[in-house]
Design a protein around this ligand. Structure first.
Ligand code: SAH
Length: 246
């Protein structure tokens, strides 16, 4: 059995009970850089660990090779855990891994994880929806944003939806440009949150006009939140100021 498992956004205690159960049962854990490495300490003695991603995302194993590593592990072991940051099906390619396994007759289960798309803004005191401000939110890949033939329907983003860009830090410039192009005002609120839910989480708040400069030097993983809900950070910030409160 292969468990395609969400590891949550970073903080160890945001792992689900079900994920923890299969991690403790696993004969092998296949993981990459987003999952908190402390999770591995929960594995049983003798569990094998296979790392399939390097710190620099450009050196991650190609997806077809990862699929094959998982498949081969399933030939060798009873309980395989494929651990992925956040939720396995939110830009996690868990669906591709599952299709590869299904084609070859290997049984799998998805174990949902707390996705960074919602939890990271939440740790920064930014609700993705808020009565009276927005009735919906979108989660978009920033990776796609810079491509010449981007599939992102920018014109649809004129609405008041909260927009959460994952994998967008290095394309922040471009994302801001596009948002201005479709008519968002220069003073429109935007936040960049780096290392969300980790002890060194850092949130930078700004506007479309100044965010590129303010976010300079922020570390990955980072996500971008665009919308009026960002203004609630002033009043709702809690995690990064936990030390001030105690
Ligand atoms: N499946 C994951 C997302 C994978 S895409 C999930 O559900 O969370 C990877 C992107 O997620 C990163 O580029 C970043 O934009 C975002 N991300 C993941 N963990 C994060 C964290 N702790 N803080 C900020 N962004 C994070």
């Amino acid at each position: 059995m292969v468990y395609l498992t969400g590891a949550g956004p970073g903080a160890l205690d945001l792992l689900t009970i079900k994920a923890l159960r299969v991690i403790r049962e696993a004969d092998v854990i296949i993981y990459d850089r987003l999952a908190n490495p402390d999770i591995l300490a929960e594995a049983k003695d003798g569990c094998e660990f296979i790392y399939v991603g390097k710190a620099d995302s450009h050196h991650t194993l190609p997806q077809d090779q990862i699929n094959e590593v998982i498949y081969q592990a399933a030939q060798k072991y009873d309980t395989v855990v494929r651990l992925k940051g956040g939720d396995p099906l939110v830009f996690g390619r868990g669906g591709e891994e599952a299709l590869y396994l299904r084609k070859r007759g290997v049984k799998f289960e998805f174990i949902p994880g707390v996705t960074s798309a919602i939890a990271v803004p939440e740790y920064a005191g930014i609700p993705v929806t808020h009565r009276g401000i927005t009735v919906s939110f979108r989660v978009v890949t920033g990776h796609e944003a810079a491509k010449e033939k981007s599939q992102i329907p920018w014109e649809n983003y004129k609405s008041d939806d909260t927009i959460i860009f994952l994998m967008g830090l290095h394309r922040l410039n471009y994302i801001v440009e596009k948002l201005l192009e479709i008519g968002k005002p220069k003073d429109f609120p935007i936040a960049v949150i780096s290392k969300g839910t980790w002890p060194d989480e850092k949130t930078v708040i700004g506007t479309l006009e100044n965010i590129v400069q303010r976010a300079e030097g922020l570390q990955t993983p980072a996500l971008i939140v665009v919308g009026r809900v960002v203004e609630l950070h002033k009043e709702l910030s809690w995690f990064e100021s936990i030390d001030d409160q105690s």
